[in-house]
Design a protein around this ligand. Structure first.
Ligand SMILES: C[S@@+](CC[C@H](N)C(=O)[O-])C[C@H]1O[C@@H](n2cnc3c(N)ncnc32)[C@H](O)[C@@H]1O
Length: 194
């Protein structure tokens, strides 16, 4: 299989699957490169909420050390099954389950939230899944230059709460002119696993 220049072959495979399935919600390359970079610093287990066609998981696997486990949960059965087959032998475990089922494999050294806006409001449950010093990456924000953050001229409460939570050290990182992520590191004593 030919690869796209500068794109890991595993990511190319997942992008081809996304195209073949008409799936248009794949993690964009700017975010993927950041995920791979963060994953390169991680040991233990990395998890993703919301597999989709596997692009985010492929970026995480491409960056992570080989001994680091990569696990991803997808609610939709057909997607989970297709992606599980696609990644057979690639070192990515795909779980057909609601994101909350990831708890059985916690704590995580990195957790990538890419399932739904509603999940971002479950801050306590999400933080409880991550080890002290572990990272939570939240996708799909529109960059905001104000504090508190605003979208469409309204307070973005969810984003403000993540950035101000005293259990975390967090930053909004702009990955493209129209896209930002939040990176939150769990402080010592900040999660249940502490
Ligand atoms: C934005 S897409 C994920 C894209 C994917 N991370 C990628 O990089 O290509 C969101 C996915 O989350 C899944 N999802 C939604 N709610 C979920 C939940 N409660 N638990 C697990 N997956 C969920 C959806 O079915 C959808 O495939």
């Amino acid at each position: 299989m030919s690869t796209l220049p500068g794109v890991p072959s595993l990511v190319t495979k997942a992008l081809r699957k996304s195209l073949a399935m008409g799936y248009l919600e794949a993690t964009r390359a700017e975010t993927g490169r950041l995920l791979a970079t963060l994953a390169a610093t991680r040991q233990g287990t990395i998890a993703e909420c919301g597999t989709g066609c596997g692009v985010g998981a492929a970026w995480l696997r491409s960056g992570a050390p080989s001994a680091t486990r990569v696990l991803t949960a997808e609610l939709e059965g057909s997607l989970a099954s297709e992606v599980s087959d696609m990644f057979a032998g690639d070192g990515i475990d795909v779980l057909h389950a609601d994101w909350s089922a990831l708890e059985s494999a916690a704590p995580f050294s990195l957790l990538f939230l890419d399932a739904s806006q509603a999940l971002m409001s479950e801050r306590d449950d999400v933080i409880a899944l991550v080890e002290p010093g572990g990272m939570i990456v939240l996708d799909d924000f529109t960059p905001s230059i104000s504090w508190p953050p605003r979208v469409h001229d309204r307070l973005d409460r969810v984003r403000a709460d993540w950035l101000a939570d005293p259990r975390l050290t967090s930053a909004e990182v702009m990955v493209a002119p129209d896209a930002a992520v939040i990176i939150a590191v769990v402080r010592p004593g900040g999660s249940a696993g502490a």
